[in-house]
Every structure is written in C-alpha cells, then in structure tokens.
Ligand binder design. Structure first.
Ligand SMILES: [Fe+2]
Length: 178
C-alpha cells in the first residue's frame, strides 16, 4: 500500500504549500543560475569542437539554453517574483570538469568525446532539476509553470538523446582508434 508522508502536527495545508512554494522558488533560483552559467560556458566548448555534427548540436543547445532562461523568467513572474539567481554548486562543478577535460586533451576526436561526456552530465543534472520543479509546480497548481518547465525538460532530454547518438557513432569510434 502506498504511504504518504504525514504532515508535522498542526501544520495546515496552506502552511505546507507556502513552505513548498519557498522550496520551489529556491530550486528555481538554482537552475536559473545554472542556465545562465551555461550560456556563458557553451561558447568555449564550441570553440574546442572538431566534429561538425557535434558543433551543430551544441550550437542548437546554446540557442535552447537562452530560451530556457527566458522561460524560467516567466515562471518567476507567475509567482509574482523578480527573477533571481542562487549559485548552483553542482553546475559550477560540472563546468569546471568540462574545463579540465579541455586542459587534458588535444583538439580532435578525443576532446570531442570528452565534451560530449561533460555536456551529457549537464543535461542529466538539468533533467533531474526540471522533473522535480515540474512536480512541485503541479502540486502547487501552477499549471502554466508546469507547461514551461515541461518544455525545458523535453528539450534537455532531446539534446541528451542527440548527444548519445553522436557518442555511439563516429566520434567515440575515432577516439578509440587513437
Ligand atoms: Fe537548459
């Protein structure tokens, strides 16, 4: 039988929802920081890519990331808040790791493979964040926010799938040949 977590004593539904809304807003600030950091980080990755297909995927990813920032700003406004960032240590770490890959590899297929791996880690972090945010928004009855967060989630998932295909094909094969 499915058990639900009991609410602490004397906590009303409206207390519970306002705490959940605060957590939702905190997580929103986190992913907003992360997306803005990615808009700054992706051009460096693009400059380091050799494969034309990978270049195209990352270029599309940059455009989509800019759209994600705009959708998040709309979600803040739906809550009646100004968009604010809170440093996302996880994303900062993932971007640092991408930089490390660049300093440990030479331009070419192996660096491309490393860039794919770094960006897929980013996508998975974002998918986890958007999945949670969408569920919170749905619990809070914020239907328009649910739709925007779902759009971001769908695009992250599609980008991840495109990167998986690339990793499976030429790039990793060529990387293994070196
Ligand atoms: Fe994104």
């Amino acid at each position: 039988m499915k058990k639900t977590m009991p609410l602490p004593q004397r906590e009303t539904i409206s207390d519970h929802n306002s705490k959940l809304e605060r957590l939702f807003e905190d997580e929103l600030k986190d992913i907003y920081w992360a997306e803005k950091a990615l808009v700054r980080a992706l051009p460096k990755l693009l400059r380091n890519v050799t494969s034309d297909e990978l270049y195209k995927v990352l270029e599309d990813n940059l455009t989509e990331t800019e759209d994600h920032v705009v959708r998040l700003e709309s979600v803040f406004r739906m809550l009646g808040k100004e968009p604010k960032t809170k440093k996302c240590e996880a994303m900062a770490g993932l971007i640092r790791e991408a930089d490390e890959i660049m300093s440990h590899t030479e331009v070419g297929p192996v660096r491309d493979a490393g860039i794919i791996s770094a960006v897929q880690k980013v996508e998975h972090y974002e998918m986890a964040s958007y999945g949670t945010l969408r569920t919170f928004a749905s619990t809070l009855g914020l239907d328009r926010a649910v739709r925007l967060l779902q759009e971001n989630l769908d695009e992250e998932r599609a980008a991840d799938n495109r990167l998986s295909e690339l990793a499976m094909s030429a790039i990793n094969f060529e990387a293994a040949e070196r």
